[in-house]
Design a protein around this ligand. Structure first.
Ligand SMILES: NC(=O)c1ccc[n+]([C@@H]2O[C@H](COP(=O)([O-])OP(=O)(O)OC[C@H]3O[C@@H](n4cnc5c(N)ncnc54)[C@H](OP(=O)(O)O)[C@@H]3O)[C@@H](O)[C@H]2O)c1
Length: 217
């Protein structure tokens, strides 16, 4: 069964990619799953009731209308450089937090204080590719634990410049077991990234429901 009629691909089978894959499958959303390591992708897909079709990254890029790149910022940049014009016409979903380890066992931002990876990556895409910032506001553990929360669903914030692309990703957020709340355009991405006020590890400090989310934005 496909919740979204668009072909959706998740690229990356690490913490976020595998958690998103599980959440999509639990919501009945079919998708392509691709990683550099096909065995790892097959392992993730094996428990997902046939909702994930394992393909190579080239095939995922070719076939998908919506690409969730569940990779770190540098790898995201590399994928944009590698696939370039092939991304035109597609919706590119960006869950990145532009951080790396600090010297104290925590995280530090790896781009300028006032910069967001959402805006940087959007600026690297070819014309006609539309980026949506989503799926990065919760830790992988919370993203798994709070999916399909009862009695009130938890929220995933997203930001988009393009309404149609935003609506499409809102549908995927629903399929993954969350209530979507749009924060605005991509100039709001920084609020959704780690240290931003709407990130679980930022000022918000927790997973929220829609009632709480609407007070926060
Ligand atoms: N972990 C979290 O709690 C969390 C929360 C919110 C947002 N995020 C964001 O989500 C993104 C992924 O984080 P993660 O924790 O899932 O990282 P991760 O566990 O290290 O997984 C990264 C994945 O990216 C894949 N990858 C790297 N380069 C690739 C390429 N060129 N083509 C295809 N796949 C490639 C890796 O494949 P290999 O195994 O082959 O290297 C791996 O499957 C990051 O931007 C992070 O900021 C993470």
């Amino acid at each position: 069964m496909a919740i979204s009629d668009n072909t959706v691909a998740v690229i990356g089978t690490g913490n976020i990619g595998s958690t998103l894959a599980a959440n999509f499958a639990a919501g009945g959303q079919d998708f392509l799953l691709a990683g550099r390591d096909q065995d790892a992708a097959r392992e993730v897909a094996s428990g997902l009731d046939g909702h994930a079709e394992v393909v190579g990254v080239d095939e995922a890029v070719e076939r998908a209308d919506v690409l969730v790149l569940a990779v770190w910022l540098d790898a995201f940049r590399q994928l944009i450089a590698q696939y370039g014009e092939q991304l035109a016409g597609k919706v590119i979903v960006d869950p990145t937090n532009p951080v790396g380890p600090d010297d104290a066992g925590g995280y530090r931002k790896v781009i300028g204080e006032q910069e967001s990876s959402g805006q940087i990556l959007a600026g690297l895409l070819p014309a006609g590719a539309r980026l949506v910032k989503a799926f990065g506001t919760l830790s992988a553990g919370s993203l798994s634990a709070a999916a399909r929360q009862e009695p009130e669903r938890a929220v995933l914030f997203y930001a988009a410049d393009d309404d149609a692309a935003g609506d499409l990703v809102a549908g995927l957020i629903r399929a993954s077991g969350y209530d979507p709340v749009r924060v605005g355009g991509l100039d709001q991405s920084i609020r959704l990234e780690m240290f931003g006020d709407l990130h679980e590890y930022g000022a918000l400090g927790q997973v929220v429901t829609k009632t709480e989310a609407l007070k926060a934005i």
